[in-house]
Write a protein that binds this ligand. Structure first.
Ligand code: ZN
Length: 109
């Protein structure tokens, strides 16, 4: 694990402050880490499913959580309450799939 406040120059490998824009050693401009985070397309799919047809548990079927998906379908998203909770969980990146893996809005490399 590398220090959260440090990053490596992609040109010479020197350790520098994560906020540094230009390498202090070789002077090569560094790519912005924040701009390099890509939107997790899987999360986007889950979010859109939840937003549009979430009351029917679509996002749960998609992530393999069939059992609770059926339950959600029958109860119409727990009369909307369960639907709202799930939506918040997804937006905040706390929603997990059938294997307990969290589905985050963005993927950091
Ligand atoms: Zn450098």
């Amino acid at each position: 694990m590398r220090n959260e406040n440090e990053k490596y120059c992609f040109s010479c490998g020197t350790t520098m402050d994560s906020r540094a824009v230009i390498c202090p050693k070789c002077g090569v401009p560094q790519p912005d880490i924040n701009r390099n985070t890509s939107v997790n397309t899987r999360w986007l799919a889950v979010f859109l499913l939840a937003l549009i047809v979430g009351v029917f548990g679509a996002h749960r079927f998609y992530t393999g959580r069939i059992g609770s998906g059926i339950l959600m379908l029958i109860t119409i998203g727990g009369l909307g309450i369960w639907y709202l909770i799930d939506l918040i969980m997804i937006v905040t990146g706390n929603f997990t799939d059938a294997y307990g893996r969290p589905i985050k809005p963005s993927e950091t490399r």
